[in-house]
Write a protein of this length. Structure first.
Length: 112
């Protein structure tokens, strides 16, 4: 995977590696996580909103999303999972490098 979105995705994942680690541990183990996605993806809010980050990862192909039905008055959620081996390798490389370099920071709390 070598697209223009790679740099933005890598930067966001590296900056948030410690906060994202529990969710990505589940994903890397072949599991899925449930999140509400923002379909408009306002990139200006990327640093302030975890929904925007998860949405970006889905819309750039770094995560697969399956819509889940919730209550009639609730915003729909999605089950997110890693779509393929290539993307799993990207995540593994990013998180391994952050751990080795100790470069991860936590600018805000990301929902587990």
């Amino acid at each position: 995977m070598n697209t223009s979105s790679n740099d933005l995705v890598r930067e966001q994942l590296e900056r948030r590696a410690l906060a994202l680690e529990p969710a990505f541990a589940t994903l890397l183990d072949g599991g899925s996580i449930e999140r509400v996605l923002d379909e408009s993806v306002p990139l200006g809010e990327l640093d302030r909103s975890d929904e925007v980050l998860w949405s970006l990862l889905v819309f750039t192909g770094y995560l697969r999303a399956e819509k889940r039905s919730r209550g009639p008055m609730e915003q729909p959620s999605h089950l997110l999972s890693i779509p393929n081996r290539e993307v799993r390798g990207v995540y593994t490389t990013i998180f391994r490098r952050c751990i080795e370099l100790g470069a991860a920071s936590v600018p805000f709390a990301v929902s587990p």
